[in-house]
Design a protein around this ligand. Structure first.
Ligand SMILES: O=C(O)CCC(=O)C(=O)O
Length: 257
C-alpha cells in the first residue's frame, strides 16, 4: 500500500467579525498570535546569523550583495527572503495560526511567496506608502501579508506600519518617486493620487499579527527612537491556485504544512 500524505487539520482562529472587518477595511489585527518565547528565539537566531565573521556569512545573509560586510550594516533595515534558505524562518512562516487565518481570509489553503525580516534599527528609514500588488503581481489577485511584531511595542516612534483603511477597494493606483527621502527608502516608489494624510498608525505589541490585503495602501516611517529596534517578520502569501507573475525570484510556492 502506498503511503498517502496526511494534510494536518487547519485552525480557524479568526472570528466572523474579524473576517468581515478584513473584507471591509483591507486589514485585521490579530492580537498575540505568536508567543513571546518563539519570538525571542527567532530574534536571537536571526541576530546570530549576522553576527559571524564576514567570511563565514552565507551569501544570502550578507547585508550587501557581493560587497564588503561593514559593521554598520550588520543589522540594517532588513533581510530578504530568509524562508528560502533557513528552516527556522520557514517554521515561523507556517505558524498554524497564520495558515488557518489566511485560509479563512482567502477561502482556501495559502502558500508563501516572499518573506522579509526587518531589524529596522534606530535611525533606519521607513518604506513610502505603497500597495504590495505594485511590486508583486499575482493572478488571480489573492495576496495577503502577515506582519508579526517582534518587539514589546511597535509604535509611531520606532516606525510602525500606517494604513489607509478601505483603500484595497480602489484598485492599483499609480506609483511615482518617493517624496520624503528623510523619512523613506529612496529606491522604492510611492502611491500617487490619494491623500496620504488619511493614514492611521497601527500600534502593535509583541506577537500581534497584522493581516493586510495586497491593495491596501500602507507605509512606515523612519525609526526615530534613540535605542529601540523595530524588528518584525512579514511574509506574503497567495492562495494555492494563484500564480506570481513577472517576478522570477518569487515563483516558488512554499506550503504551510
Ligand atoms: O515593515 C515595514 O516597514 C514595511 C513593510 C511593508 O511595506 C510590506 O511588508 O509590504
Amino acid at each position: 500500500m502506498g503511503s498517502q500524505a496526511v494534510i494536518p487539520e487547519r485552525l480557524e482562529p479568526l472570528a466572523k467579525e474579524q473576517i468581515e472587518f478584513f473584507h471591509e477595511h483591507g486589514y485585521v489585527l490579530f492580537k498575540k498570535g505568536c508567543s513571546s518565547d518563539l519570538i525571542d528565539a527567532f530574534n536571537g537566531h536571526i541576530r546570530d546569523i549576522r553576527s559571524v565573521a564576514a567570511e563565514e556569512m552565507p551569501e544570502w545573509v550578507k547585508p550587501r550583495k557581493a560587497g564588503e560586510v561593514l559593521d554598520k550594516d550588520r543589522f540594517s533595515v532588513r533581510l530578504f527572503n530568509p524562508h528560502q534558505h533557513d528552516g527556522f524562518s520557514r517554521q515561523v512562516m507556517k505558524l498554524p495560526v497564520i495558515r488557518g487565518a489566511l485560509a479563512q481570509l482567502m477561502g482556501d489553503e495559502a502558500v508563501c511567496v516572499q518573506s522579509m525580516y526587518f531589524y529596522k534599527e534606530p535611525g533606519s528609514p521607513g518604506q513610502a506608502a505603497h500597495q504590495d500588488y505594485y511590486y508583486i503581481k499575482d493572478d488571480p489577485k489573492t495576496m495577503v501579508a502577515a506582519w508579526i511584531a517582534m518587539e514589546e511595542l511597535v509604535d509611531e516612534e520606532n516606525g510602525c506600519l500606517w494604513v489607509i483603511p478601505g483603500t484595497h477597494r480602489l484598485g492599483l493606483l499609480p506609483h511615482g518617486a518617493v517624496k520624503d527621502l528623510e523619512e523613506h527608502e529612496a529606491y522604492t516608489h510611492e502611491t500617487e493620487g490619494i491623500d496620504l494624510k488619511a493614514q492611521i498608525p497601527v500600534v502593535m505589541e509583541k506577537g500581534d499579527i497584522l493581516f493586510f490585503h495586497e491593495l491596501l495602501i500602507h507605509s512606515s516611517n523612519k525609526n526615530r527612537s534613540k535605542d529601540r529596534w523595530r524588528r518584525s517578520y512579514v511574509c506574503h502569501y497567495i492562495r494555492q491556485d494563484s500564480m506570481v507573475l513577472h517576478r522570477e525570484d518569487l515563483r516558488v510556492k512554499y506550503p504551510l504544512y
